[in-house]
Design a protein. Structure first.
Length: 451
């Protein structure tokens, strides 16, 4: 018995579209958006190269061995495609700086690009092939997120990411409709991930989407080799739509004519999206009022129930100070008010444990506006020691479709990330890589891209 809200052949229809999509089919606005998403995802991976857990994971994966097929971003070592997808997936997620489709609630690029980039290098694919594959997988993943009914606790970026990465990998490998269908079926056996690592502020939060990237590559390779999977992984009686989250018919609406994955959020800050409006409010208020930290008597931030659930707890650095900081609004507001900025260096462990930040974070009051949307608005009120009060509100986080970053801002973010990474590029090399990515569809070999 299939899911009552979906046609019995839903996965096959998706596989048909995925397997037939070519670069030449893509509207210009979709290509432009995909190109920027690739640039931004590489940028945040470079920025994440200094994050906690990166070196231990790289070492552990390298020690497994295997045929060197694809490069690890920023560092340049080469691993089997499945393992390169995993490590690059971790880098892309390390600082929670990657793009997000906020309505679908999925980080599609941080899952799909590591998968397709690794296979593009392993199979000597072109830039245009990689763009088409990214769109195929990203579109499927976003549609799953939009079609999912509420199922609190699952981490959709990894659960749906396994299918998005499998679709993208299948497209890049040129698999047939039937092979793609089997790849999606194989992905079902590996689709997993909950919000528990996030709620406990553990470093494995960064690995869940990395697992999905690797699983997608592996699923497509197995399907290419002739392995079969269930043909109703989404709509079947024991499929995703039954056991994980009910899926509605919007999954298929306008497929091939309307790209639901347009309108991605490009993050301005290396932090959970729930913190972005409060950070922006704190920075604007400090700039407008010129308030100094010593003048602060009281700080109060008002956020949505969703934001409060993920980031509203009292700030405790715990065993993973960086992750704890990324998922705490009290720390975020305190750091922004104290430093007048919110950059990647401000979530380094030493910066997180700064006694001044800890003191102010402990005094930030959090209130909940039950009528607020998922990521905003956010209201910030401060009172100075002399009794003066200042209030500001930010309706939507910067970088969202309501308040998008400009292309120039995304490229500035990228250049800074490339030149300040663990293995930094020179200004010239960073410029050359950005320029190459801006004309990616004209590159016949992804493996020839400068790095």
């Amino acid at each position: 018995m299939a899911n009552a809200t979906l046609p019995a052949d839903s996965t096959r229809l998706l596989a048909r579209w995925v397997s037939s999509l070519r670069f030449e089919d893509l509207p210009g606005e979709v290509v432009t958006a995909a190109r920027l998403q690739i640039i931004d995802t590489l940028a945040v991976a470079w920025a994440g190269s200094k994050a906690e857990s990166v070196n231990p994971v790289r070492t552990a994966i390298s020690d497994i061995g295997g045929t060197p097929q694809a490069r690890v971003w920023c560092f340049g070592d080469r691993l089997p495609a499945t393992q390169a997808a995993f490590v690059n997936g971790m880098l892309a997620a390390a600082l929670d700086f990657d793009t997000l489709h906020d309505r679908a609630n999925v980080h599609s690029d941080g899952v799909v690009l590591p998968a397709v980039f690794a296979l593009a290098e392993a199979r000597d694919a072109s830039g245009s092939q990689m763009i088409a594959a990214l769109v195929a997988g990203g579109e499927l993943m976003v549609r799953l997120g939009l079609a999912a009914q509420s199922a609190p606790g699952w981490y959709y970026s990894s659960v749906f990411g396994a299918f998005g990465a499998a679709a993208a990998a299948s497209n890049l490998l040129g698999l047939s409709e039937t092979q793609t269908l089997h790849a999606l079926g194989i992905a079902l056996s590996q689709a997993a991930g909950t919000q528990q690592p996030l709620l406990e502020r553990s470093l494995t939060k960064r690995l869940q989407t990395a697992y999905a990237a690797r699983q997608g590559v592996e699923a497509a390779l197995l399907a290419e080799a002739g392995v079969t999977g269930p043909t109703q992984p989404l709509e079947g009686v024991a499929g995703i739509g039954r056991l994980y989250a009910p899926l509605d018919a919007s999954l298929l609406e306008g497929l091939g004519q309307r790209y639901a994955s347009l309108g991605m959020t490009f993050k301005k800050y290396a932090s959970c999206m729930c913190n972005h409006a409060p950070i922006e409010a704190a920075l604007r208020l400090r700039a407008d009022t010129k308030v100094q930290p010593a003048e602060l008597d009281r700080v109060q931030v008002t956020i949505s129930p969703f934001m409060h659930r993920l980031t509203g707890a009292p700030f405790t650095p715990g065993d993973s100070p960086q992750v704890s900081a990324q998922f705490n609004v009290r720390f975020s507001v305190a750091s922004a008010l104290l430093r007048g900025r919110f950059e990647t260096r401000d979530i380094a462990p030493d910066a997180v444990l700064d006694s001044r930040v800890l003191d102010l974070a402990s005094r930030v009051e959090v209130r909940v506006d039950e009528s607020a949307g998922r990521f905003g608005p956010a209201y910030l009120q401060i009172r100075r020691r002399d009794g003066r009060e200042h209030t500001i509100h930010v309706q939507a986080p910067p970088g969202t479709p309501e308040d998008p970053l400009t292309e120039a801002e995304i490229l500035e973010k990228t250049h800074k990330a490339f030149t300040q990474a663990a293995n930094p590029l020179s200004d010239h090399a960073a410029g050359a890589l950005i320029q190459a990515l801006q004309s990616l569809e004209r590159w016949p070999h992804v493996r020839a891209l400068p790095h």
